[in-house]
Design a protein. Structure first.
Lengths: 458, 383, 315
């Protein structure tokens, strides 16, 4: 063990630090397409104090630190671009508190979405959180840090909008509480204090490490169902979304398009989820949604699909395992997507571009979109499965992904959880003063430049 | 190289393999123990592919990662992909290649050598195999069942008590049976999953040869490991019916061959991997327990196909690669059993029995939680 | 549609003359008129042809597109099932039932399945009968190329395609089509000694396609009698059966869908049915949720028969 390794072992115990080739190999990459870069060490702290000690050590030794949750961004956000210490936070897996009346939960950074879901279902069956469709091994904090979305995003916004408080370890080693928890024992809200949380959300760990998080919970109804509205013309999608969101009856709204299997070919499906505590409540919501789309139904341009119980079951899963199975479409072990956040009205343009790129690069696609915040925007995924064992396919897919990022910006969207090259594209188009502000914030918080370097670097 | 080399790149490392169906806890024994991604199924498969592609060289650490998989099939159960059923087979095939290259851990090498030389993984003398069974009937042609005891039942003190209980119940129920005694060979299940195919074939041939010689029609095994290998891998060497001991006991109870007195206690049952996930036997042991008057069966959250492995599979009941920590699977599992409020943790596998006995001691729960196998419980209540 | 006889007569005559009629817009495609017409004039086939001729869409365009695409063979579909020999059963577009074709009832059966065996009749619901006639001959040829003299059809609609529909349009079928229930009854008779009467009350959900082959209807009662099942007396049964509602929902007639399903299920509940027995997988998909909510167990006919033989059904 070298000197740094020994120091790390003294902090976390020698069972939870490694500089073995195997660990370095696995932590050098995520399941996406970005080139691997090996860290120097992998360490797994159990407590905030351990995280703090590691960060202080890193500052002394001028070694980069890369905080890692589930490693499922697929855009290489936890790949150590400049080596350093990978901080696998999954041992910090306590669910600290659920305040049922105020509907919030406080969790550690390593709590997986699966674990939180199971915990709430068992102990607080009337509460739920906005679970994303990433595999259940994704961490709640990791998803929030990248402005993830989930099944409640149509109603309540990005998952990062649901934060009520943070505990962070700053790049210089101080431990800070943000939100009401900095003043009160309760983690109910970021307001009415100055909103510092934004300094840590969307920064991919370059400004500090979130060790605890307060998260809004929402009512969980007893019943959940789905109606799938299908159209052929992508130009109809924005208006359908506008009408349905106007009713305020829907839970999740997603838009899917894919060339296989045949039942999905040449059509665009809009899944509209509804929840209720009774059949009457569900029926009321269902009828509201049907009524608001009657114009399209009467014109025969759109209609509600006949869904079998099996299809419904698959679409009502949380998380939807079909999202993960997309990785095996090419029997190749992977998929990656450029998932820009776009105005809903830009859906037809984005869809057209997706078909063009798929054809141009000879790669198949899967498009999934999630409506966010009553139609304020949507996440539009240019999704491409690939085959790791086929270098030619990998190359074409990378090109398609790159062009998807370019197209996203061209149509007025912003790539979500962008890979480093896409980050640079974003920064190149960013308002100069905004960019300068970002740089100043990073310099201020992280004077030694140790936090996940390579990301958000202009 | 085997065909797995053309397939393992399909693993997405999504992580579903780490969980049970409700995602509440980690359910992969090696990942629970070590927590590095390398010790999850996904990490293991990615490393395997890296090794195949020569991106990673063989090392002691890589060997440890490869052989710390206890082949419990939680990953097979919960992987969402079409290739899920092949996952453990891939790992076994890879181990076969590793063994052929001579690149194993010393503990694995010793395990296999001991079986080869002495017929058991501890290296105990062959002659000692039946020391526990001096007064147990030997099988003769015409007996209904050959009671196959297995290595743990023969050599481990706790396993011997389990074997003895079952033999006594067979006697009480007047079932025609016998054992092979010191002529019994290791069943080879662990040898198979460790990838030593040459040795496995030798053991399978020896065992089936012996069965043919004695005209054995029905074999009842103490261990689910033996049950699994005889049911699923032996048929190409010889045909006979295979039963797990709980199946025979249930029939005995249903035929009212034993009178059962009351036992007022809360019991929780642990599903062994080689009985449950491998062979879909979940209800038989539960039916036995429910037939005992007074017993209240309480389930652990992780039950049936979600059972959390004791960590003893793939030879680890001897090699103990997952031991030595509070995070050892057997210790996690006994804590889970304790949390149900049950007094008794019932098992149907001698490997689970020994793993959990040790774990209870390590957790300081000796006075609160008693580990018993199903035959011991039945023996207690049967007149 | 609640029409009086005079209005119905006028509209029918219009359609016979090839003219437009409001009936073409309001037809729910339940096939009942095919059964009610005792003269064999195939009124529903006429309606379907006129719908297409007049570009009248009984369903929204995307649903029609979806179903047309669903019938086009993919790379995964098998055209030739080498080794498939009689007795053979065609599962059409229902591969999910492959694992249920087992046990004593189906010993020795070969299975053919997939889009190369899709009977196409569903397109009557979508106002696209031309697709049936376009594709049907190659489906028949594909089946015939296997050398089957006789083939059991799992789906009632398949049986009706290769009997009623082909007959109506003068299409030659070089093999004998066997209705699943006819086969089941015959086989159950052979296994009569092994049947344990189920002693349950069932409602039978008669599918629309049964209207095209009413001569096979008696097998339902024959089977029920043999396996000790009481078919409850209820209003919406036999000739008075109600559509499962699936197609009505596809036509986006939500209120009618709710009404039809409600009346049907309430009828079953009032008759104290314990099971709802299905013939058609699409009916099962459409109606099973509704019956389960009223504590009635949904089951396919062949699975009910297997229960009577003491077999375990994997759900």
């Amino acid at each position: 063990m070298d000197r740094v390794c020994e120091r790390l072992a003294r902090i976390v115990g020698e069972n939870y630090v490694s500089n073995m080739k195997e660990e370095l190999y696995i932590y050098s990459q995520d399941p996406g397409m970005m080139e691997p870069r090996e860290p120097d060490y992998v360490v797994m702290p159990k407590t905030t104090v351990e995280v703090q000690k590691i960060v202080k050590l890193a500052n002394e030794e001028k070694i980069p630190v890369i905080p890692v949750g589930g490693s499922l961004s697929l855009s290489g956000l936890v790949i150590p671009h400049k080596g350093g210490i990978v901080l696998d936070l999954k041992r910090m897996d306590k669910i600290i508190e659920v305040n049922e009346r105020c509907r919030y939960v406080v969790i550690e950074a390593g709590v997986t979405t699966g674990r939180l879901k199971a915990y709430l279902e068992k102990h607080y069956p009337r509460l739920r959180f906005s679970i994303p469709d990433a595999p259940p091994s994704a961490t709640v904090v990791g998803n929030i840090v990248i402005h993830g979305q989930g099944h409640l995003s149509q109603q309540y916004g990005f998952n990062s909008d649901m934060v009520t408080g943070l505990e962070v370890v700053l790049p210089t080693g101080e431990i800070c509480k943000i939100g009401s928890c900095s003043v009160s024992p309760y983690w109910f809200s970021l307001a009415p204090l100055p909103d510092i949380a934004g300094l840590f959300l969307g920064w991919f760990g370059t400004t500090g490490i979130i060790t605890k998080l307060g998260l809004r919970l929402y009512p969980r109804k007893k019943l959940r169902d789905i109606e799938v509205f299908i159209v052929e013309d992508p130009h109809l999608v924005p208006d359908v979304v506008y009408r349905v969101t106007h009713t305020e009856m829907a839970e999740d709204i997603f838009v899917n398009a894919q060339p296989y299997p045949p039942i999905f070919k040449d059509i665009i499906m809009m899944g509209i989820c509804i929840t209720g505590d009774s059949e009457e409540e569900l029926e009321f919501k269902r009828r509201m949604i049907w009524n608001v789309l009657r114009t399209y139904i009467d014109s025969k341009e759109g209609g509600f699909m006949m869904t079998t119980p099996d299809v419904k079951r698959a679409l009502l899963e949380m998380p939807i395992t079909g999202t993960t199975r997309f990785a095996d479409v090419m029997k190749g072990g992977g998929f990656e997507y450029c998932g820009p956040i776009i105005p809903v009205e830009k859906y037809p343009e984005a869809y057209k571009k997706l078909l063009e790129l798929s054809s141009e690069y000879g790669v198949t696609y899967g498009n999934t979109c999630r409506v966010i915040g009553r139609g304020h925007c949507m996440m539009f995924a240019f999704g491409y499965p690939f085959n790791r064992a086929d270098p030619d396919n990998m190359e074409r897919t990378k090109k398609a992904l790159h062009e998807s990022n370019v197209a996203s910006l061209d149509i007025g969207g912003v790539p979500w959880k962008p890979e480093v090259p896409a980050q640079k594209m974003i920064m190149a188009r960013m308002d100069k003063n905004t960019l300068e502000l970002m740089k100043r914030i990073k310099r201020f918080l992280d004077p030694n430049g140790i936090m996940n370097p390579g990301n958000w670097e202009g | 190289m085997s065909s797995y080399t053309k397939q393992i790149h399909r693993c997405f490392r999504c992580g579903y393999c780490k969980f049970p169906s409700d995602y509440a806890e980690y359910n992969c024994p090696s990942f629970s123990r070590f927590r590095f991604e390398t010790y999850s199924t996904g990490g293991r498969l990615w490393l395997l592919w890296a090794w195949v592609k020569k991106e990673v060289e063989w090392s002691e650490n890589l060997a440890k990662i490869m052989f710390s998989c206890v082949t419990c099939k939680n990953c097979v159960e919960h992987c969402p992909m079409k290739f899920k059923d092949d996952i453990v087979d891939w790992i076994v095939s890879a181990r076969k290649d590793i063994i052929e290259k001579g690149a194993v851990l010393s503990s694995v090498r010793d395990f296999l050598n001991n079986i080869h030389k002495y017929g058991n993984p501890w290296g105990e003398a062959r002659g000692k195999r039946a020391v526990w069974a001096e007064d147990v009937k030997r099988y003769k042609p015409g007996d209904e069942f050959l009671f196959y005891v297995g290595c743990v039942g023969s050599y481990d003190e706790r396993g011997q008590r389990m074997a003895r209980s079952f033999a006594e119940l067979l006697e009480k129920a007047d079932v025609s049976y016998g054992i092979l005694g010191s002529e019994e060979e290791c069943d080879g299940n662990e040898v198979y999953v460790l990838g030593e195919m040459g040795l496995f074939q030798e053991l399978a041939r020896k065992n089936t040869g012996k069965f043919k010689e004695l005209n054995v029609k029905k074999v009842v095994t103490l261990s689910p490991h033996a049950y699994n290998v005889m049911k699923n891998k032996y048929p190409r060497y010889g045909t006979f019916e295979v039963f797990h001991y709980t199946e025979v006991l249930l029939k005995i109870i249903q035929e009212a061959k034993l009178k059962l007195s009351e036992l007022n206690v809360e019991v929780t049952y642990h599903d062994p991997c080689f009985l449950g996930r491998y062979n879909n036997i979940y209800e038989v042991p539960r039916k036995i327990l429910k037939n005992i008057p007074g017993i209240k069966l309480v389930e652990m959250d992780r039950n049936r196909e979600n059972s959390f492995c004791c960590g003893g599979g793939s030879g680890n009941f001897v090699m103990d690669l997952l031991g030595g920590s509070e995070e050892s699977p057997s210790r996690i599992r006994v804590k889970e059993a304790y949390e149900t409020g049950a007094e008794i943790l019932a098992v149907a596998c001698p490997s689970c029995l020994t793993m959990f006995e040790d774990a209870v001691k390590n957790e300081g729960l000796e006075k609160e939680l008693f580990v018993k196998d199903i035959s011991e419980l039945l023996k207690e209540v049967s007149k | 549609m609640n029409l009086d006889k005079e209005v119905a007569k006028i509209e029918m005559q219009k359609m016979v003359r090839g003219e437009n009629s409001f009936v073409l817009y309001r037809c729910v495609t339940c096939y009942a008129c095919e059964e009610y017409c005792k003269r064999g004039n195939h009124p529903f086939y006429l309606i379907s042809d006129l719908q297409e001729k007049n570009s009248i869409l009984p369903m929204p365009k995307p649903l029609i597109t979806q179903w047309i695409n669903t019938g086009i063979p993919t790379k995964k579909d098998i055209r030739e099932f080498w080794g498939a020999v009689e007795p053979v059963i065609s599962l059409c577009l229902f591969p999910e039932y492959i694992n249920s074709i087992e046990g004593k009832l189906f010993e020795g059966f070969s299975i053919v399945v997939g889009r190369y065996f899709f009977c196409q009749l569903a397109y009557l619901h979508f106002g696209r009968p031309s697709i049936i006639r376009e594709r049907l001959s190659s489906i028949i040829e594909n089946i015939a190329n296997h050398g089957f003299q006789e083939i059991v059809f799992f789906h009632d609609e398949c049986y009706s395609t290769f009997t009623s529909y082909t007959q109506a349009y003068g299409i030659q079928v070089p093999f004998r089509s066997v209705h699943l229930f006819e086969y089941l009854y015959g086989r159950l008779r052979e296994l009569e000694d092994e049947i344990s009467p189920l002693n349950v009350k069932v409602a039978y959900q008669r599918p629309c396609s049964s209207r095209l082959a009413p001569e096979k209807e008696h097998f339902v009662d024959d089977i029920f009698n043999l396996i000790g099942v009481e078919r409850v007396e209820r209003e919406y049964d036999r000739e008075n059966s109600l559509c499962c509602g699936g197609i009505i929902r596809g036509q986006q007639r939500y209120d009618l869908f709710v009404d039809v399903q409600r009346r049907n299920v309430v009828d079953m509940v009032n008759a104290e049915a314990e099971y709802c027995v299905f013939n058609c997988p699409m009916c099962f998909a459409s109606l099973s949720e509704a019956v389960v909510k009223r504590d009635i167990k949904p089951i396919m006919m062949h699975e009910l028969c297997r229960l009577a033989l003491g077999e375990v059904i994997k759900s």
